[in-house]
Structures are given as C-alpha cells and as structure tokens.
Design a protein around this ligand. Structure first.
Ligand code: PEP
Length: 255
C-alpha cells in the first residue's frame, strides 16, 4: 500500500500561490516516487493547479455536491471537479460538518457522487474535544464510518481521514497510542462494513501534522498517510513532510 499524503489548502490561495504546486510536483517527480501526493486547492484554482501538476501529482476538490448538475447555486459537482482535472475530493471534513451542518447521510451521498464521477473520496471522520475527553472517540468515529461510507466502495476509490477536531490547526495531538488504537478501530469497522476491500483502504491521520512530527506519525501501524492543512500551503514545509513517508509496504500492519 503506497502512502498518500494529501494537502488541504482550505480557503487559502490565489493564482500567485500556484508556484507552490509546481515546486511540490517537481520535487515529487524527482524524489518521492513511492508516495501518492494530492493537493486540494480552493475550487477557484483547481483547473490551473491541474494544468501545472500535469499528472506529476494529483489535485482534488475540498467538497462536492451529491448532485451531478442542477439548480444548486454556489455548489460544485463531482463531475465538475473531474472535468477541471481533479482525481479526488475530500468529503465530510469537520469544518463542513461543523460550519455547514453536514450530516453523515449527506457525507454518504457526497461519497457516492465521488464514486459516480470516478474520483477518490477522502471521507473524514473525527471526534470533538469533549467526546475525546469522555472516552467516546472510538465509538463516535466507528459510527461515522458506518454511516458515511457507502457499501460497495472499493479501496482504490476511498481513503479515510481520521482528524480529531481538537487537533486541527491547534498544535495539539493525540498520543501515538491513541492514533494506533483509533486507526486499528477504523480498520476493523471498515472490514466489517466493506468486507475484504476494507483491508486495503488507506487511513490517513490529520491534525497538526508538521515536519517535526510526521515521521513518527507515518511510521505507526495502520497509518496509511496524512491529511495536512496548514503545513501544506508552503512547498518547503510540505516537502519536508513528504520526505518522512516510509517506503512502500512499510506502514500498514496486516489485520
Ligand atoms: C485539516 O484541516 O484537514 C488539517 C489537518 O489541518 P491542520 O494540518 O492545519 O491541523
């Protein structure tokens, strides 16, 4: 299983920042053939980013509508992302769940849309600080997996982003033991839900990943990559994270 390192630019980036994508793609082609690299810029930059990436790395959307087209002002469909050059889309990011009231059922329908359009769906799950403190994290995230991941999803079309909400952009992190426990739990729930296909789905850790902690995180069992926010905006910092990715086959413990 090749590690996947995905950068989520969120609502950051103008045309003047596209050179960061060129730098990452150039570096990836030279030094990181064993890593799948994905950058998700804002939708306004997607087509230009895809042209610059020129298949050296993948680019993706940060969200999509469940619908293919129609009267949905301001929304963008998975088909439109694909048409703009995307190979993937993040769905169910906690900022969408929190700030836009997205439910598991909506995330599920967006994941179906991603599959319909032939995009890799990066489905995010994660617990709040309160849920973490009360010991409910495993059950919350396990339930989100079952309710957000459509049956029949294939491993090549799906990645899970485990992002504890309290770790996003905060500099706080779960312990290594907590990450291992959560990723093993997500793996079990995926296998229960998807059968053997669930064994090969990459489970990314996200939340305050930086060059200083990436090597330790990416070496943990069942951590199949990382979803990186702030540290993906500058190519030098993102490149330092990419350099921490283990060689193919070194990360994923057999279930
Ligand atoms: C994210 O929002 O997906 C994220 C992981 O952000 P950060 O790396 O900045 O914590």
């Amino acid at each position: 299983m090749r590690p996947l390192i995905a950068g989520n630019w969120k609502m950051h980036g103008l045309n003047a920042d596209l050179h960061e994508i060129d730098s990452i793609a150039a570096l990836a082609a030279r030094t990181q053939p064993h890593v799948d690299i994905l950058i998700c810029p804002p939708a306004s930059l997607l087509a230009a980013a895809a042209r610059i990436a020129a298949d050296r790395i993948a680019v993706g959307g940060q969200d999509c509508s469940p619908e293919a087209s129609g009267a949905h002002t301001g929304d963008i469909s998975a088909e439109m992302l694909k048409d703009a050059g995307a190979g993937a889309v993040i769905v169910g990011h906690s900022e969408r769940r929190q700030h836009h009231g997205e439910t598991d059922a909506l995330v599920f329908s967006k994941a179906l849309a991603a599959r319909r359009a032939g995009l890799l769906a990066v489905i995010c799950v994660g617990e709040t600080q309160e849920q973490h403190a009360s010991g409910a994290a495993l059950s919350i995230c396990g339930d989100q997996i079952v309710a957000s991941v459509p049956l029949g999803m294939r491993a090549f079309g799906l990645a899970i982003g485990y992002e504890p909400l309290w770790a996003i952009g905060s500099g706080q992190m779960p312990t290594s033991q907590e990450i291992v426990q959560m990723h093993a739990h997500i793996r079990r729930r995926l296998v229960e839900h998807l059968g053997a296909e669930g064994k090969n789905v990459r489970i990314l850790y996200g939340g305050s990943v930086k060059p200083s902690n990436a090597r330790a995180i990416l070496a943990l069992p069942e951590v199949g990559g990382a979803l990186v926010g702030g540290a993906s905006l500058k190519s030098a910092e993102f490149a330092a994270i990419l350099a921490c990715a283990p060689q193919e086959g070194a990360t994923i413990a057999a279930e």
